[in-house]
Design a protein around this ligand. Sequence first.
Ligand code: CMX
Length: 434
Amino acid sequence: MDRIQEHFASKIPAAQAEIKTFLAEHGEKVIGEIKVSQIYQGMRGMPALICETSKLDPEEGIRFRGYSIPELQKLLPAYPGCQEPLPEGLFYLILMNELPTDDDVRRVSNNWARRAIVPPHVFKTIDALPSHTHPMTQFVVGIMALRTESEFAKAYANGVPKSEYWETTYEDAMNLIARLPRVAAYIYRRAYKNGEHIEPDTKLDWAGNFAHMLGYDNEEFRELMRLYMTIHSDHEGGNVSAHTVHLVGSALSDAYQSFAAGMNGLAGPLHGLANQEVIKWTLEMKEAIGSETPTKEEIAQYCQETLAGGKVIPGFGHAVLRKTDPRYTAQREFAMKHMPEDPLFQVISNIYDVVPGILEATGKVKNPWPNVDAHSGQLLMHYGLVEYDFYTVLFGVSRAIGTLTNLIWDRALAMPLERPGSTTTGLLKKRFEA
Ligand code: CMX
């Protein structure tokens, strides 16, 4: 066991005991009612999952183990001489429920660097796909190709006892998180940079090295990647990607299978793919209007056309949030600090001023405010990462931190197979119309 794993192991008995005692005392209590409409409306608002790593408040947004994003920007260690939180620290915080020291973060960084070697067959598998294959598809194929390395699958085949499942799940999760930047950068360079790949720089931190392998070596872009990888990591348990990883993992599918499934969910346009859709929509709008900096009136007109076409305005709305997403605000602040004069930032700001009023006026959109995806593309475009089909892969690399931390905990707490009940309209009618 490495030191991180040992420290995690020390936390398991107390967490198991806490849940056991709590269930013995309160397991039969009722926490609410389910309305018929909720069953038809994507189970909105039904508390049906346990996720300890983060909690989403509709008004305030995400808190990771109780800490807001601005708090984490102050409390989590940064790279020497820099300011943005290191995702290694976020990982440590949500895994251990403990703020990391600089040493803890360095240990995670070194641990991931040691594990980061990707076997050659993974690159060959990706190379078998046409280079125009959507990057998210290449990413999922790459994750599945990495599955040959699953320690959990091997241990399970050898009859490992249930109490030890978490140990190899930890190995798989750490290996996967460590290797994903290399796989993602490989896909990027293959698809857009003539296959000119860049070797890792092991002196850098996880996100800084990822920026380097993508081909963006200035410190400001590395800082963006550190912030980006931190804030996209976890968003409680019910979003499509997190829920999918948990659901598939509950069948004792290993971390590779579970995470690949979650990434297919992230690749949907109502979820993570919205980050590419925002930039695509914004560029199409600028082109249609014929201006680099459309006025608010022109933007409003274009929004009305989008809605009239039966389409959503990407980057706005949320299933849980009812205010501006603090992940949006963190990115807006990054833009105000580093690129206040960027014309595309001005456009994104104007969209922010215009869209909520328009969505509110429809009378049906429950949350007219921007979500995380409304801003990320502008920041990437600013530094020259303009290939927006790739953006959801960046989201996916970050999402590994939250979803796989949850999978380790799922195994440590011996979470059971997830299997909710379903009903039929006929049965419901019989019950209520008799
Ligand atoms: N533009 C236009 N219409 C929107 C809208 C938007 N941005 N957001 C919601 N609506 C519509 C819905 O499509 C729905 O219409 P119908 O009743 O005609 O089907 C109605 O408003 C009510 O929806 P809601 O209850 O407010 O929202 P949901 O919880 O059903 O959906 C979400 C949430 C995110 C899928 C939705 O707001 C949306 O489609 N937004 C645009 C896509 C997007 O940005 N997704 C990224 C979310 C963040 C992430 O996961 O990365």
